[in-house]
Design a protein around this ligand. Structure first.
Ligand code: ZN
Length: 196
């Protein structure tokens, strides 16, 4: 039932990756990754993702729409505990692995996540070994990273995080929907909060 929706999402993601050189060059995008039938796993933020009304571009709008269409079928996850980020954060945040070692489509070449945060959330400093490239699909946020100036980034903007570089994010009046690519060592790891 949901496979066609995920196929459309993968195609929209591949089209965006091919359109933006920094995404295209980040990691090899597999031609025909096998579909894995993962069970839906809900988060509280599904309704706001389905009805998301935030700024997009002509290139990112099809992807945001394809995410909304599979929001009830996706295997959503949350990395952090309530003790780490609070209940409000968990009520308005989530991500799923579209493509990767454990994703809706399988590859060992990279991981591609879809991730969402509601308005007025603070994502505390965290880090992971894998290198990471964010692409904003809809909405905006201020991105912070150790050793780099903070930047307010909107649709189609990109942000690279090096291996184990602490980074953080703040949303303002708008939520944010993102495509996040991982590559390299630590591909199957997870983020952890940066030490204070
Ligand atoms: Zn990260």
């Amino acid at each position: 039932m949901s496979r066609a929706g995920f196929e459309r999402l993968l195609a929209a993601t591949g089209a965006l990756v091919r359109a933006l050189p920094q995404l295209r060059d980040f990691a090899p995008w597999p031609a025909d990754p096998p579909f894995a039938d993962r069970p839906p796993q809900a988060i509280p933020a599904i309704a706001p993702i389905e009805t998301l009304d935030a700024a997009t571009t002509a290139r990112t709008a099809p992807l945001a729409a394809a995410v909304a269409a599979v929001a009830r079928d996706a295997h959503w996850e949350q990395t952090y505990s309530e003790a780490e980020v609070g209940r409000d954060f968990l009520d308005r945040y989530g991500w799923f692995e579209l493509l990767g070692p454990g994703g809706h489509f399988r590859t060992g070449a990279l991981r591609a996540y879809i991730a969402f945060w509601g308005a007025h959330l603070h994502y505390p400093p965290h880090l992971h070994e894998a290198e990471e490239l964010y692409c904003v699909l809809a909405g905006e946020a201020v991105f912070h990273a150790a050793g780099m100036p903070s930047a307010r980034l909107g649709p189609e903007a990109l942000r690279l995080h090096r291996a184990s570089q602490p980074h953080a994010m703040d949303t303002g009046a708008a939520p944010i929907l993102t495509l996040v690519l991982w590559r390299g060592a630590g591909l199957e790891g997870i983020p952890r909060m940066a030490p204070p």
